[in-house]
Design a protein around this ligand. Structure first.
Ligand code: TXA
Ligand code: MG
Length: 341
């Protein structure tokens, strides 16, 4: 496996990537959200390889990544006018739009659904790679299925290093959580997976309400529209426990439970005076900082061999929904509300 940096030998390295993708291989590429495991979306065998390498269930469809809107013509039947507004506002960026697919797109990408999720990533290297190869890239997150999504090259090496020939280094992912997935193939639009682009921002552009599948309830088998959300996800080896309560209550609770094998994930201003090891995941007043760090910390917790991590949860609102959605899966829906005791 080779890590490509695309700094000094950019042309040469782009050609290596191009060859690999043209010949039906898979390549790990950076995006602004998380790293992706990419293959030619129009090559069925290459797409199947993605599922194999990740150990991904065969009923969980992939997102297709494009570098310009002309690529939409061969992928979708039509772009709804309202969806176009969202593209104008949020692309390139962390918003995936689910639209009616063209027949020529292999079923392997969409797992037989008649829709396909598409986004234009906001990462220089991702865009350059798609431009260079000239075809859209199907790419799920570049982790082993069920593990926390990869936000740094080292995470991809850890999970997939032995299974891929090339990993492109794009540095630390700016956003740190996966894109918002919005179903626009029918109305009303539905947020199938919350992301950093939130309900309010989408409604502000559309000037109308959208529905949200917040994914905060455990019984998700009923939700068939976004197959991916029903699987246990994002889980480190350590047990994750989510805790709601003010700082004093949180600290008391954690300290009565404390032992050497546990740690806590707290807000930046709470770092001092704990008797257990703490990781700061950012400022409560800046949800984007929290989102950026959650997967990185969950992986670090395992690396340092902690068996349990207690997470101080932010107040629940439109902006923090993405954080709640990811963490509640990592915790397998274990939540302790200290306000209700
Ligand atoms: O930010 C991201 O979205 C990252 C980067 C690499 O772009 N990708 C990513 O892919 O998170 P993945 O495969 O880990 O998650 C894709 C999600 C799944 O929940 C899947 O079920 C949903 O998108 N999805 C994809 N196509 C769909 C479709 N046609 N209908 C409904 N849900 C779809
Ligand atoms: Mg994923």
């Amino acid at each position: 496996m080779q890590i490509l940096t695309l700094h000094e030998q950019e042309e040469l390295e782009l050609q290596l990537i191009k060859q690999e993708l043209e010949s039906g291989g898979v390549v790990v590429i950076p995006t602004e959200t998380v790293y992706g495991l990419a293959a030619n979306a129009f090559n069925e065998q290459a797409v199947n390889k993605i599922f194999e390498v990740k150990g991904r269930p065969k009923d969980n469809p992939l997102i297709v990544h494009i570098s310009n809107v002309n690529m939409l013509n061969e992928l979708v039947q039509e772009v709804p006018a309202k969806a176009k507004k969202l593209m104008d506002k949020f692309w390139p960026g962390p918003l995936t739009l689910v639209m009616k697919k063209q027949d020529i797109l292999p079923d392997a990408v969409t797992c037989g659904l008649n829709t396909v999720g598409i986004r234009m990533p906001k990462h220089k290297l991702a865009l350059k790679i798609i431009e260079t190869v000239g075809f859209p890239l199907a790419a799920p997150s570049a982790n082993l299925s069920g593990r926390p999504s990869p936000t740094e090259v080292s995470h991809c090496v850890e999970d997939l290093g032995e299974k891929v020939n090339f990993i492109v280094d794009g540095g630390r992912c700016e956003v740190g959580v996966e894109s918002t997935v919005l179903l626009v193939a029918e109305e009303p639009f539905v947020i199938l997976r919350p992301g950093i682009i939130n309900q309010k921002q989408i409604e502000d552009v559309l000037q109308e309400k959208v529905l949200v599948n917040d994914g905060l309830q455990p019984k998700e088998d009923r939700i068939v529209k976004s197959p991916g959300v029903k699987y246990k996800h994002y889980a480190p080896k350590a047990e994750v426990l989510l805790i709601v309560g003010d700082f004093k209550e949180f600290k008391n609770y954690v300290e009565t439970e404390a032992d050497l094998k546990m740690c806590a994930m707290v807000f930046e201003n709470e770092m001092n005076n704990f008797s257990v090891k703490c990781f700061s995941y950012g400022k409560q007043s800046e949800p984007e900082s929290l989102a950026k760090n959650i997967f990185t910390i969950l992986r670090q917790v395992d690396k340092e061999n902690y068996k349990r991590v207690f997470v101080h949860m932010p107040k629940q609102n439109a902006e923090t929904l993405v954080i709640w959605n990811r963490l509640i899966r990592a915790a397998n829906f274990k939540l302790i509300n200290l306000n209700k005791r």
